[in-house]
Each structure stands twice: as C-alpha cells, then as structure tokens.
Design a protein around this ligand. Structure first.
Ligand code: PAF
Length: 292
C-alpha cells in the first residue's frame, strides 16, 4: 500500500540538512536527492518517483541558483511557487525539501567554485559563460551536504548531466548520478519551467525544436550516418518556424566531442538551443544508427 501523502518538511539551513541526513544514515536508510530550481513539472516529479523506487527516502532541493545565471539572463523573473512545489514534492514521495536563501548558500566571503573542464565546453557552455561553473558549484555543495546514495537529473539538460557525472567521478563523491528521460507534452515539447514564458504563438513555434530532433532521430535509425545531412534535416522545421537558432549540433553522447559521422560503436546526441522571443529553450535526443 502507498504511504499517505504528507507535506514534506521544509529545511532552510545546512545544519538542518546535516541533522536530517545523519539521522537517516544512523537508521541505515538510503537517500535519493533531486536538486531543482522549483516551479516543478512532471519532469521533476518523475525524478522524485524514481528516487523513491531506488531509495528509502527522497529529498528535493528548490533553489534558484544565482551563480548559474549570466548578467543578462532571467534570474529575477525566474518563475517561483514554493507552496505549490511543496505539495507536488509530497505527492511525488519527497520527505524533505531544502530551500535555502541565496545568502545561506553564498555567504559573504564565498570564494570556492567547481569547474568541470572538457564537457563544459561548446554548446551551452560557450553561449552561457560561467553557467556550468555555477551549476557544478551548487550541485557539489548539495551532494557534499546531503551525501546521498543516488542523485537524479533530467536528460533534458543533457550537457549539465554530463558535467555532473564528471564532477561526481572526479571528486569521488560516492554518489550514483542517474539521468532520467525527458518528459514531453503530448505534442512533443520538452517540459521546462521556462515554457511558462511562451506566448500562444511562440508555444506553437517551439514545437519545431522537437520536430527537428525527431526527424534527425528517425533518419539515423533508418541508416543516415552523415552528420551534415542530419543537421540539415533538423534545421528545416526551425527555419520554417522562424525561430532564432542558438545551436543545433551532433556530439558524442558521452564525451560531447563533435561528430561528423555516426557509427554503431559511438552513439550520438543531437542537441538544440533556440530563442522563441526572449525565451531560450533547449532539447536533445539520442541518435542511434540503424542496428546500433
Ligand atoms: O537543472 C536545474 O534545475 C539546475 O541547473 C540544478 C541542477 C538544480 C542546479 O541549480
């Protein structure tokens, strides 16, 4: 029988987190951590449900991390709904939610940052300077604080997932980093907290991202290995929808190195970023060559 849904306990300070996590460990219970920036959708909730399936207890974090936003980005208008989020976390199986103040995470005198080198380069790393340094720093802090058994992240932020896998390995944090499939709306649009910014017209045009990626995926499955041809296929719907392209690239699925040809041994990943008005959306899919 499913346990009854209760509102998760809200933790505000590192001491409260340490007390909670130490108590769990003393009782021999395993912990899954789901870091988020809030304004939760089904993608986030799927991470919590998977965490619940893998571990005894799930903790979520809700923190709009200032160090991963550039000076001209949407930090101040990033959507927030803490009370709605708490209810959703409870329904998805989280027991506690850590939602600290920025001055708690970055107090006066803070000066230690984490930089992940190769996989942070190119793609969003080039377009959003400092972004992955901010992500890597806050995620390292959260992993060091909670010391979870498992931490779950969505594949929608595919480069971010590779950055976090690298830091978990390199810093020997002893946590299993789990990437979970992108959750999509019925028409294919990848779920994102930023979709809330889209006008009705931009919402329709935003479908060109997944449409292009799906066309590339189908062509690879049918045997097309030439990356230039795949990219041309993916670009067609974006051009037709007149979206402002940031990038559309095919990379090695693990190292994120650029690819010119897909092979069965080296699965690829098609990754796109584009602007709909002032809203920047990203999406990606796996590219597996026929028989691969
Ligand atoms: O994916 C996100 O929501 C954020 O980048 C993360 C991983 C919670 C770090 O702030």
């Amino acid at each position: 029988m499913e346990p009854p849904v209760t509102t998760p306990r809200l933790l505000k300070t590192p001491d409260e987190v340490r007390w909670f996590a130490n108590d769990l460990r003393r009782r021999g219970q395993t912990l899954a951590l789901v870091p988020t920036m809030g304004f939760l959708h089904d993608g986030h909730l799927s991470l919590m449900r998977e965490g619940r399936a893998r571990c005894d207890v799930v903790a979520a974090t809700i923190f709009v991390n200032p160090t991963q936003f550039g000076p001209t980005e949407d930090l101040s208008r990033y959507p927030r709904d803490l009370s709605g989020d708490l209810a959703k976390c409870g329904a998805a199986g989280a027991t506690v939610v850590y939602s600290p103040e920025p001055s708690t995470v970055y107090p006066q005198g803070f000066q230690t940052y984490v930089t992940v080198e190769q996989v942070s380069q190119g793609l969003c790393g080039d377009r959003r300077p400092g972004h992955f340094r901010g992500v890597a720093t806050v995620v390292t802090k959260l992993l060091a604080l909670f010391r979870p058994d498992v931490a779950l992240f969505g594949e929608k932020d595919y480069q971010q997932l590779q950055v976090i896998k690298a830091l978990g390995r390199d810093l020997e944090l002893g946590v299993e980093i789990v990437g979970m499939p992108t959750i999509r709306e019925a028409d294919g649009l990848a779920m994102s907290s930023r979709n809330t910014y889209l006008s009705a017209d931009d919402r329709v045009r935003a479908l060109s991202l997944s449409k292009g990626l799906f066309a590339m995926q189908a062509a690879a499955k049918a045997g097309e290995a030439d990356v230039a041809k795949l990219v041309a296929l993916g670009l067609a719907p974006l051009t037709a929808a007149q979206v402002k392209l940031d990038y559309l690239e095919v990379r090695d699925a693990t190292t994120l190195e650029p690819l010119t040809t897909l092979t069965k041994e080296k699965p690829g990943r098609a990754l796109v970023a584009a602007f709909l008005g002032t809203t920047r959306l990203i999406d990606n899919v796996a590219l597996t060559l026929a028989g691969g």
